[in-house]
Design a protein around this ligand. Structure first.
Ligand code: HEC
Length: 221
């Protein structure tokens, strides 16, 4: 660049014949300026912006246009409803729906779902094989209740070999099979050895016999 330095001091000013009258007589370090009219598009944008700002100002200052805070709250409310829906779809257990499905013969249908999809790993009556024994009071991921079993079945525990059932069987079938799993709970059938933590329910006693009474077994059938 320094080679060209001497050249830049003597710029070859090239002005078209018909532009000569536009040449302004100032000179900024060799830069000359032509006095062209501003292009129409530029003026249109400029005056348009001024006109727009008048309406903008009136709308937001006097006609009750939403403030930034209000717009934020509106957007946020939308997000919250979406989140609620998502939660309902995923981990969110809907106790009302569950009760309805149980009352609708859910356990019986759930047994069919279990036989068709779950016995491969949990064996008949859930005594456990690849998957844990569902008839004892030991639980790895859940607490044995419908609401804690639901996310395990819905989302699965893929890293530990429990498949995701959402999208494979319907949500209704998930509720049904869970209601069936509840009836297995605390049957203490011989099968896979206990895994996870013992979960005591109700009057806590360590004597298994005292828990023989069906716990939260849905009163269907
Ligand atoms: C491919 C094998 C496999 C299939 C099929 C399977 N499971 Fe599982 N399941 C597992 C494994 C493995 C675990 C333990 C996951 C862990 O250790 O985190 C498990 C865990 C569970 C648990 C939680 C147990 C606990 O102790 O927390 C429930 C409930 C359950 N399965 C229900 C079902 C139901 C209902 C079905 C059928 C819709 C089913 N499983 C199908 C392998 C399977």
């Amino acid at each position: 660049m320094s080679d060209n330095h001497s050249n830049t001091n003597e710029p070859a000013l090239h002005v078209e014949e018909d532009e000569k009258h536009l040449l302004l007589d100032h000179n900024y370090d060799g830069i000359h300026e032509l006095d062209h009219n501003l292009p129409n598009w530029w003026q249109f944008t400029f005056y348009g912006a001024i006109v727009f700002s008048v309406f903008y100002f009136i709308f937001y200052q006097f006609l009750g246009g939403p403030t930034l805070r209000e717009e934020f709250q509106k957007e946020y409310a939308k997000i919250e409803t979406l989140q609620a829906e998502l939660k309902k779809k995923s981990g969110g257990f809907d106790a009302e729906l569950y009760a309805k499905i149980v009352a609708d013969g859910g356990v019986k249908k759930g047994e069919e779902v279990f036989v068709a999809n779950c016995v491969a790993c949990h064996k008949e009556q859930g005594i456990g094989d690849i998957g844990p024994n569902l008839t004892d009071k030991y639980w790895i991921n859940s607490k044995g209740t419908p609401e804690t079993n639901y996310p395990v079945v819905f989302n699965g525990v893929p890293e530990n070999g429990m498949p995701t059932w959402a999208g494979v069987i319907s949500t209704e079938e998930i509720y049904q099979v869970i209601s069936y799993v509840q009836t297995l709970h605390n049957k203490n059938l011989p099968g896979k050895e206990p895994q996870g933590e013992p979960v005591e329910e109700g009057a806590t006693t360590d004597a298994p016999a005292a828990e023989a009474a069906e716990p939260a077994a849905p009163a269907a059938q």
